[in-house]
Write a protein that binds this ligand. Structure first.
Ligand code: NAD
Length: 441
């Protein structure tokens, strides 16, 4: 199941051969370990005139123990480049991007970070919105050009959202976002309280994770528990032993339930002893066939597990106030739900529906103080992708800016960022965890 090619390419003899033959060169990605600094090296800051976020970025980074520079290093590489583009008010201002990124493009370390901070292109001022929309092309291209495990993101900060920057900067700068690149994140207005301890942002929170017996769900349970949450791990009775193993590992509770059974939402509601803070709809299945060859049961089972169950579970929990104000719901979509995929009409329909669920329910949930977001994983090394035919598997692994598949932990870290109390103004977002896959880009 492991990526033998990536191990070879990173070995002594492999490195030379990969370079000589011009083969895909998957870098070893920097992944988070508790206690790690946010960046390896100082962060170079730049801004277009009139930017409104410089002071806040400096404050956040200094509190996180990260050195910031206004002038580039003359010797050595930067851990990250952060550019405040909120001052860009029309298309002629876009030249400031070139002036900053051209001279510094080669100054970023391996697994370094590029972050552009902009304003949502929905202000109603056509000149400003046109120029702000243009930023997306820059960050997505930098993600493809810089290579070496360097990620690039655009963060839209709504006016009044300055005070909510910290959890997102911490996530995007750190090794937690190793496999997230080319994304646009939107931060809403507000001042969410900072967690007492950034190493344990979920302390005191209770989380439900569906499909937690293995794969991505087990990684989500582990990461949420590592970050301080009490975890209820849910899976089908047939996966009972594995589920109990995960629940024991995270000192949580196991709850056996088939999410598609009649009355599943009500059974879950009566199992809970109090409201949840975090609900992660991770359980999912595939039954791949072209639509011409698919039987009705194959269509229906995928829709039932992946889309209808999350919708019904949300409704059952919300009806009984079992998701606390300040709480969060996270759906697990897929890049197949964005791009479509041959042989996956059922799966892609269900996953596009998960995105629809997030976007359509975000406004009403916000009135209850609840956020809802989704991750859209690309190729992740799990039992699901190990089953793929070898040529498709190799294509999935290599056709992204990281030239490798992601790990379950990469999806889990992204969910933990959405769940952090510091992310309470982030809602209605869909963030791909796909190494900037070409599929649906
Ligand atoms: P997996 O098959 O390894 O795990 C899925 C888990 O969900 C299993 O433990 C299974 O028992 C559980 N489950 C299935 N039906 C259920 C039901 N009716 N009730 C309760 N639990 C049920 O899959 P994975 O690769 O870890 O994927 C997890 C999620 O990520 C899925 O939603 C999947 O669609 C999504 N995803 C995965 C990838 C990938 O590359 N692996 C890519 C994109 C999206």
């Amino acid at each position: 199941m492991g990526d033998r090619y990536a191990s070879f390419a990173n070995s002594g003899p492999g490195r030379g051969l990969v370079k000589r033959l011009g083969l895909p060169d998957p870098p070893r990605l920097r992944r988070y370990r508790p206690g790690d600094p946010l960046t390896e090296g100082p962060v170079l800051l730049g801004a277009a005139p009139g930017g409104r976020l410089g002071d806040q970025v400096r404050k956040v980074l200094s509190a996180a123990g990260v050195d910031t520079l206004d002038e580039p290093l003359t010797d050595g590489k930067h851990g990250a480049l952060i550019f405040d583009a909120t001052g860009i008010a029309d298309t002629t201002d876009l030249s400031h991007l070139y002036e900053f990124f051209h001279p510094h493009a080669r100054s970023v370390r391996r697994s370094g970070r590029v972050i552009v901070l902009g304003a949502p292109p929905t202000s109603g001022d056509s000149h400003a919105d046109t120029a702000q929309r243009a930023l997306e092309g820059l960050t997505r291209s930098i993600g493809k050009e810089f290579g070496r495990g360097i990620t690039a993101q655009l963060v839209h900060v709504e006016p009044g959202g300055e005070g909510a920057l910290e959890s997102t900067l911490r996530f995007l700068l750190s090794g937690r976002s190793a496999y997230v690149s080319g994304q646009v994140v939107r931060i809403g207005a507000g001042n969410p309280p900072a967690p007492a301890d950034w190493q344990l942002p979920l302390a005191g929170k209770t989380a439900l994770v569906t499909g937690a017996a293995r794969g991505i769900g087990a990684a989500i349970a582990r990461v949420l528990a590592r970050d301080g949450a009490q975890v209820i791990a849910l899976d089908v009775p047939q996966a009972g032993d594995a589920l109990a193993g995960v629940a024991n590992d995270v000192r949580g509770r196991a709850f056996q339930l088939d999410l598609t059974a009649d009355g599943a939402g009500e059974r879950l509601a009566s199992y809970l002893s109090g409201p949840l803070d975090i609900v992660v709809h991770n359980a999912g299945i595939t039954r791949d066939r072209t639509i011409a060859k698919m039987d009705a049961a194959g269509w229906q089972s995928v829709l039932s597990v992946n889309l209808i169950a999350p919708e019904r579970i949300n409704e059952a929990l919300l009806a009984k106030d079992l998701i606390r104000g300040g709480g969060t719901i996270v759906g697990v979509a897929s890049i197949a739900g964005i791009a479509g995929n041959r042989g996956q009409t059922n799966y892609a329909t269900s996953k596009a529906g998960v995105i629809g669920l997030v976007q359509s329910s975000a406004p009403a949930l916000l009135e209850r103080g609840i956020t809802i977001n989704a991750v859209a994983p690309g190729f992740i090394e799990t039992a699901m992708t190990a089953k793929m035919p070898v040529t498709l598997r190799e294509a999935g692994r290599r056709m992204n800016s990281m030239a490798q598949g992601g790990l379950p932990v990469d999806v889990a870290e992204t969910i933990a960022w959405f769940a952090s109390p510091g992310s309470a103004t982030i809602t209605g977002n869909v963030v791909r965890v796909c190494g900037q896959s070409l599929l649906g880009a």
